[in-house]
Design a protein around this ligand. Structure first.
Ligand SMILES: [Mn+2]
Length: 283
């Protein structure tokens, strides 16, 4: 079972493996990076911690998975992150028995910031029941093709409109997109340089060498947990055309296997807005 924790940007995955809470893109220390531009705002880490604690109190999960971009600066570690990231994790660890971190593209050198007992997972992600979790800036583990649902962060999806008085409305959203698992399987095999002649051979290799069958039905893109951050307006981008966005969007959205047009878009409070096609701004 997989469900969002309305109205929070958090997922609960529940099964015989326990109850797991997932959050993504906290970007702790983001405000400190603004100081380099002369903009000084108070640390947001306590606000984020308070929100995590609220959800932990409601859901009482046995495990917390942080789906990447726990901290903000990409390569180096800022002074604020040295302080904020370990204390944040210590606090969370006191409430939930297990904390696992899947690294994102902002999590360079993250391992030295993790207190003992917090587990660093591979960038290729982790599988929980029939759900595959990875940050989204890199390719997942081949065996994730076996999962019914894939979940990524990284994109910080929002939708944005301008009304007739000129006001701009921006809302964080959940994106649930259909996935063609065969197309995805071929793309992943190519990425890992595993040669195959045709679909039949691709399926045979997956089955014989990885005990895997392509079963992915949906990709869920999580809203960022740090709501202060900007987002990517999913109703304004064209994956095919926007070359500049390629790096940002990540390989799975570029693999041709995800049908973003037919993606279901939901607000954080659960309101269904429609399919992305209906929300897309034609320019
Ligand atoms: Mn990211």
């Amino acid at each position: 079972m997989i469900k969002p924790v309305s109205p929070y940007p958090s997922l609960i995955i529940e099964g015989d493996y326990g109850k797991i809470m997932v959050i993504s893109d906290l970007h702790l220390g983001w405000e400190a990076s603004l100081a380099e531009d002369g903009i000084h705002i108070p640390s947001q880490t306590n606000r984020i911690l308070k929100k995590v604690k609220e959800i932990l109190a409601i859901e009482n999960p046995s495990s917390l998975i942080i789906l990447g971009d726990l901290k903000h600066t990409v390569e180096k570690i800022m002074l604020e992150e040295w302080r904020d990231v370990p204390s944040f994790l210590e606090e969370v660890k006191r409430i939930v028995g297990e904390v696992r971190v899947i690294p994102g593209n902002h999590d360079g050198d993250i391992s030295i910031l993790l207190p003992s007992g917090v587990k660093l997972e591979p960038q290729q992600g982790v599988i929980v029941g029939d759900v595959g979790l990875f940050h989204g800036h890199a390719w997942p583990d081949i065996r994730m093709l076996n999962c019914k649902t894939l979940v990524i962060g990284h994109v910080h999806p929002v939708i944005t409109f301008r009304d007739h008085t000129g006001y701009r409305v921006t809302s964080q959203v959940w994106v649930k997109a259909p996935c063609n698992s065969i197309t995805l399987a071929k793309a992943i095999l190519r990425k890992y340089k595993i040669k195959f002649k045709d679909e039949e051979e691709a399926l045979r290799i997956l089955s014989e060498e990885y005990s895997t069958q392509p079963r992915v039905e949906n990709l869920i893109i999580m809203p960022s947990f740090n709501e202060f951050l900007g987002g990517r307006a999913v109703n304004k981008i064209s994956i095919a055309r926007d070359e500049a966005l390629k790096e940002f969007i990540g390989p799975i959205l570029r693999s041709g296997s995800i049908n973003l047009g037919e993606a279901e878009i939901y607000l954080l409070d659960g309101t269904f807005l429609g399919e992305l096609n209906q929300l897309t701004i034609v320019r």
